[in-house]
Design a protein around this ligand. Structure first.
Ligand code: GLU
Length: 466
């Protein structure tokens, strides 16, 4: 059975690259009816925080990347790493190293002075340490005894075959003096214990993989398959950073993006299914294959994400959009209990906006009076228009309250004053919404309601007259 995992380090928010790795791992498991496991690699004790862990869980949740097992926390598995490390020591495949930091620094310094590449020289390998007593009071680390000869062959599902000579690898620390495993060791023990069949991760780990393969082999274990996914770059080809737009996935939630847009966009970053740009999560699962992952870095295009978001907004039902927009409007000081229902308003506005944030901004005037600027008033409140609006206010009092009747009343007022429709519609729009750019005004008035409409018209008309 296919078993994949996502193994973030909780040292910050979940960024786009991490979310995409999670998505690919999730999709591969789902496609093959397998299991998807979440593992929190919290062994960097200085940089790992609970806030980051929560941010990662929230982001997974928001994106709907459900996991079948976990979250497992590495810091809760220290006894297990110790057990396996001791087993390796017993088997002669790892050993205790008592070298101090200063001593190692001096060793590297001397190597550099000789023009050599700095690497651990094996001074505590059992055959070299024979007869030497470990220094008192020093807690040793455990080092993996990397084979001296031969090469490591990594068959990567994205990158193809990568070969590294063992002479390039030195004896890495697998357990630190405080009993915490290093990344390369924890990851192997966990991938084994969790029966991971496919390791899908960012290609920033490609150099770690040969070391991990040697540890798998030392444990007599079969290798999982590896797929290293290329990085995400900004449109300018630089490493993705704040400068290219938000890098935290949850920032997109805060800005009013929909998870399906985010998923669709992330899926297309470095993976493709023909020319398809818009597809659902289900379609992605159906189509997902690791061999469609591109070998070159993907470029992040915020405009395309925005375009997809606009697409999914239009396709969303109004009640859902209303639920999503509500917190934005609350924050904006709108009292939603006192205005018209938000659902139909969302339905009207969704055609014109790209994010929930924009939708909420565009809905404010339904709940709060937004007064037009002096410029807008001066531009649209001409004497003839104001006269027509006076007439209109009168007819609206008794008109039926729907779009068609409102539109007919506007037309009649315009005709009665010998004006073209826009000479009535524009100042009316400005009066009621404070803005000259809104959806069609009859639709707005219908939703705003008669009393509020007439109240706003009355205030503006008397202010203009005064
Ligand atoms: N914890 C590692 C990271 O966040 C990922 C490890 C892996 O996927 O093997 O970069």
């Amino acid at each position: 059975m296919v078993r994949t995992r996502f193994a973030p380090s909780p040292t910050g928010y979940l960024h786009l690259g991490g979310a995409r790795t999670a998505l690919f791992s999730w999709a591969y498991a789902r496609k093959h009816g397998g299991k998807f496991i979440l593992r929190i690699e919290d062994t960097d004790r200085e940089r790992s925080t609970e806030v980051s862990t929560q941010a990662i869980l929230d982001a997974m949740d928001w994106l709907g990347l459900d996991y079948d097992e976990g979250p497992f926390y590495q810091m809760k598995r220290l006894a297990r790493y110790a057990e396996i490390a001791e087993q390796l020591v017993r088997d002669g495949k790892a050993y205790y190293c008592y070298a101090s930091r200063d001593e190692l620094e001096a060793m590297r310094e001397a190597q550099r002075a000789r023009g050599e590449k700095p690497r651990y020289d094996g001074r505590w390998r059992p055959e070299n340490a024979r007869g030497r007593t470990p220094p008192a009071g020093v807690e040793p680390v455990i080092r993996f005894r990397n084979p001296e000869e031969g090469e490591v062959v990594m068959d990567d599902l994205v990158k193809g075959t990568v070969i590294v000579a063992n002479t390039e690898l030195d004896d890495l620390v697998i357990v630190r003096a405080d009993g915490v495993p290093t990344y390369n060791f924890g990851v192997v023990v966990d991938d084994l214990d969790m029966d991971i069949t496919h390791v899908i991760r960012g290609d920033d780990h490609v150099n770690n993989t040969p070391r991990q393969i040697n540890i798998f082999k030392a444990l007599g274990a079969a290798l999982p398959k590896f797929a290293h996914v290329p990085m995400i770059l900004g449109a300018d080809g630089e490493r993705l950073s704040k400068r290219h737009g938000a890098v935290s996935v949850m920032q997109y939630f805060d800005d009013g993006y929909l998870p399906e847009a985010m998923l669709n966009y992330l899926a297309r970053l470095g993976w493709s299914h023909g020319d398809d740009e818009v597809f659902s999560k289900e379609q992605m699962v159906e189509w997902f294959e690791l061999d469609h992952i591109s070998r070159s870095a993907a470029r992040f295009d915020p405009q395309k994400l925005l375009w997809l978001n606009a697409h999914y907004l239009k396709a969303s039902d109004d009640a859902r959009l209303a639920d999503l927009a509500r917190p934005f409007l609350d924050k904006d000081g709108c009292d939603l209990s006192r205005g018209p229902a938000l659902g139909p308003i969302a339905g009207l506005l969704k055609e014109r906006v790209s994010t929930i944030g924009e939708l909420a901004d565009a809905a404010v005037y339904f709940y709060r009076r937004l007064h037009p600027s002096a410029e807008l008033r001066a531009q649209h409140y001409t004497a003839e228009s104001l006269a027509a609006l006076g007439t209109l206010a009168g007819t609206l009092k008794g008109a039926e309250w729907n779009k068609a009747a409102i539109s007919a009343a506007m037309k009649a007022a315009a005709e009665a004053h010998g004006l073209k429709m826009p000479k009535v519609a524009m100042p009316l729009r400005v009066m009621v919404t404070g803005s000259s750019q809104t959806p069609s005004i009859d639709a707005i008035l219908e939703l705003l309601g008669r009393d509020e409409t007439l109240q706003r018209m009355k205030e503006e008309l008397s202010q203009a007259a005064g």
